[in-house]
Design a protein around this ligand. Structure first.
Ligand SMILES: Nc1ncnc2c1ncn2[C@@H]1O[C@H](COP(=O)(O)OP(=O)(O)OP(=O)(O)O)[C@@H](O)[C@H]1O
Ligand SMILES: [Mg+2]
Length: 335
């Protein structure tokens, strides 16, 4: 099959002076694009690099032989619906693609909106508030949420804006973090109750019949009461964390996480793949933190690390995602 590959490269991002240095963190490296391309080729496909942004648009306008697109594009700008840009264009051209719909991608990147939807369906998630400007930070009833709390940009991923110091212990620290985040990331800030305890990430693959691939624990190498899988930790993951998959948690807790994850996947309308983060408190209660319907697929990405624990190669993982997508597109010829 001729498979188009859409992506946004870190190298195509122009880091303007004054922008936070982590702003392009979610964009992919050339190595990741090459790895996915190689896996698709090893599966017998011809890969057409369509890129992202305006380069992708001009490639589409010029015409493409792609019968299906493998999409890892994060989109451009700091719009909460940026991940929908590429799949929306593909829908206009009626070209099948892997992954979730523009609607699902837009909802999931908006962390407060996702939590609203899930909370209404009984999913347990930490208390939160949204601060849209400095004035509203002054009006927050801090006592209602309690400390410590995490201060994070409302619609980012890859721990953009989530640093080791993003934890506030009091009102003064919280207000200062809100101001820094509002100015730096030019979007609302989500203030969230900090859940102390173990952390897991859950991989799901599938379209009509999604299933949990694995539940992987992220374990800090150096014991830390207030651990955060922050941008500093993710960049230095080799020295900072160990991964364990399957996570060594009580069976009842694992079952609860599995059931909740599948419910969330279905409620949000995810397709083909997603990775969900949870914190588990001392009583064994899992708290939903966030979901990534466009999880990283590079060698150092959590879903790929999880797969390798389970004996699933990168090529097999790509095949699983592709097979899930092809269930929706019988017109595509499978090799
Ligand atoms: N409410 C919370 N309680 C405890 N820890 C939290 C909370 N929110 C975030 N964290 C910590 O910060 C990390 C990053 O937060 P989050 O998952 O929201 O960011 P992200 O940028 O969307 O992550 P990803 O890289 O998975 O896209 C979490 O993995 C967790 O360690
Ligand atoms: Mg996360």
């Amino acid at each position: 099959m001729h498979i188009g590959l859409t992506y946004d490269l870190k190298t195509s991002f122009d880091l303007k002076p004054g922008l936070p240095e982590d702003i392009a963190e979610e964009y992919d490296s050339v190595e990741t694009v090459q790895l996915i391309s190689s896996s698709l080729e090893a599966l017998g496909h011809t890969v057409i690099h369509l890129g992202g942004g305006l380069e992708f648009l001009s490639n589409m306008c010029a015409g493409t032989d792609a019968e299906l697109v493998f999409n890892i594009s994060e989109g451009r700008g700091n719009y909460p619906s940026r991940e929908a840009q590429v799949p929306s264009v593909l829908e206009m051209y009626n070209i099948p693609y892997t992954g979730s719909s523009p609607q699902c991608l837009s909802i999931c990147l908006d962390k407060p909106l996702t939590k609203h939807i899930l909370k209404a369906s009984g999913i347990v998630t930490p208390h939160w508030l949204v601060v849209s400007d400095k004035q509203s930070a002054d009006r927050v009833s801090w006592d209602n949420i309690g400390f410590p709390l995490v201060v994070k940009p409302a619609h980012e991923g890859s721990s953009i804006g989530i640093h080791n110091c993003s934890l506030a212990q009091n009102v003064q620290e919280a207000k200062a973090l809100c101001t820094t985040s509002l100015v730096g990331y030019n979007q609302p800030v989500m203030i969230e109750q900090y859940i102390s305890g173990r952390e897991v990430t859950v991989g799901i693959i599938g379209s009509h019949k999604p299933d949990v691939l694995g539940i992987m624990e992220i374990k800090p190498k150096h014991r830390h009461e207030m651990f955060m899988y922050s941008i500093e930790v993710k960049r230095d993951y080799v020295n900072q964390v160990d991964y364990e998959c399957p996570a060594n948690l009580p069976k009842t807790v694992l079952e609860e996480i599995k059931k909740t994850s599948l419910k969330i996947y279905s409620l949000l309308g995810c397709l083909d793949m997603a990775r969900l983060d949870f914190r588990i408190d001392k009583q064994g209660q899992p708290y939903f933190i966030e979901i990534n319907p466009l999880p990283g697929l590079g060698n150092h990405s959590d879903l790929v690390i999880m797969a390798s624990f389970l004996g699933i190669s990168h090529q097999s993982l790509i095949q699983m995602i592709l097979s899930a997508a092809l269930e929706r597109y019988p017109q595509c010829i499978q090799i």
